[in-house]
Design a protein around this ligand. Sequence first.
Ligand code: GDP
Ligand code: ADP
Length: 208
Amino acid sequence: MDHPGNLFVVSAPSGAGKSSLVKALMELDSHVQPSVSHTTRAPRGQEKHGREYFFISEPEFDAMVAADGFVEWANVHGRRYGTSRRAIEERIAQGADVVLEIDWQGALQIRKSFADAVLVFILPPSWEELRSRLERRGEDSADVIELRLANARQEMAQVGKFDFVIINEVFERALFDLKTIVHAQRLKVSAQRRARADTFASLDIPAS
Ligand SMILES: Nc1nc2c(ncn2[C@@H]2O[C@H](COP(=O)(O)OP(=O)(O)O)[C@@H](O)[C@H]2O)c(=O)[nH]1
Ligand SMILES: Nc1ncnc2c1ncn2[C@@H]1O[C@H](COP(=O)(O)OP(=O)(O)O)[C@@H](O)[C@H]1O
């Protein structure tokens, strides 16, 4: 590919539906690729090393931090999570559009390193629905659910720092909104490239 790809960041409180939305987006759009993060949390039931996350120990995480192996990392719900520098830089350079599912602290670090990254925040329609999604998912203990709900309040307070906000009430509608954001970013970048390459020249538009 000639051009680097786009970088999208999707953040949300736990249970708002970001993993489901990003997974559905990737099924519809083969040009969008995930970045598999590293974490020190334990795998859930169906999770596989290298698919949802690279599950590593605290010392292994320390070693990656020391080697500058992360473009960003953060402490979330008492565990550490990080995005490997190599994984995203290689893919973007190859022209893929990469989606990071990371928390707000990571999102703001990404914006510092990648000024063109598009930051999307997913909100649940209500607190009751957020709680019931966490309970229905059936993957976390009652204590973990309470911790995640308590943390959700501070996470949601960051929503104003994001470029776009999607309320995930009706899933298909939220997915449409996410697809629209990806599409709009591609159009924007393509228009900028064409303007730079002067490929609108046949229209003889006066320079501004
Ligand atoms: N900063 C940062 N946050 C991450 C990363 N990977 C996952 N997270 C965030 O860590 C939080 C917990 O993720 P997880 O344990 O999978 O729970 P879930 O959000 O309920 O599915 C979520 O807010 C994720 O977005 C990462 O590489 N960096
Ligand atoms: N719009 C929606 N309506 C109802 N349930 C949803 C919706 N979006 C996601 N869910 C469900 O809510 C739960 C949490 O979603 P998940 O994608 O795991 O959230 P997150 O990755 O933000 O923690 C899952 O069981 C998922 O199937």
